[in-house]
Design a protein around this ligand. Structure first.
Ligand SMILES: [Zn+2]
Length: 225
């Protein structure tokens, strides 16, 4: 499998939503005036996360699309960083329009669902190819990785943003023949097939959901007796 890595900043103090209010009437579009809800880092502290893909058991893209509520989505961004570089705000932090983050989430979820349901992997792959070709955020740069105890570096490719990384995860899933589907109990998407550690017959995202579903079936059986 292609070795994909991403060194990406995040704020150890987390992220927050900030509302700039409506755009002022007739304000010049080029003034860089911000309006509406944005998600931004709480402070200027930054740390670096090193993301890489060795297998497909828990792709970041699944965690991203499974964050159903605003609180869950903010929790994901607090741990992993903002999905793209975004705008530089006045206080030196970085921020992204909340509607953009939500649109990205919805786009990725749609791609993951369509691999299994309405469309063939080929169609989804061709669409992702077109998107990557048209968006500089998704270009890949070569990178040499050095790991302790190993003198020779690994060759890897690095996308330009966390969003690009997650899109490449879908690419790698298509490449490996892995797929995703919603859990029968909690509706969260989970991966199955090659390199995922799950069989295609799996119905639940985790043992927790499988056990809960079994307990519910047993309760219903008891009621009927
Ligand atoms: Zn579940």
């Amino acid at each position: 499998m292609l070795r994909l890595t991403l060194k990406w900043p995040y704020c150890p103090d987390g992220v927050e939503l900030h509302d700039y209010g409506p755009r002022s009437d007739g304000g010049p579009l080029l003034s860089g005036e911000l309006s509406g809800q944005h998600v931004r880092y709480k402070t200027n502290r930054r740390e670096w996360a090193n993301w890489k893909i060795d297998h497909l058991e828990a792709p970041l893209v699944l965690q991203f699309v499974n964050a159903k509520t605003d609180a869950e989505l903010l929790g994901f961004l607090s741990v992993h960083g903002l999905t793209t570089g975004g705008w530089s705000s006045q206080d030196g932090g970085r921020e992204v329009e909340w509607s953009t983050v939500k649109a990205n989430q919805s786009y990725l979820r749609t791609q993951l669902l369509q691999i299994d349901y309405e469309e063939s992997a080929e169609k989804v792959g061709r669409r992702i190819n077109r998107l990557i070709a048209s968006h500089p955020n998704f270009s890949l740069a070569p990178r040499l990785e050095f790991t302790s105890g190993r003198s020779a570096p690994h060759f890897g490719l690095s996308p330009q943003s966390l969003l690009g990384f997650m899109l490449m995860e879908i690419f790698l899933m298509l490449d490996a023949g892995a797929r995703s589907k919603p859990c029968l109990r909690c509706r969260k998407l989970f991966v199955y097939g090659h390199l995922t550690g799950r069989r295609s017959t799996a119905k639940y995202c985790a043992d927790r959901c499988r056990v809960a579903a079994m307990a519910q079936r047993n309760r219903e059986k008891d009621k009927r007796v």
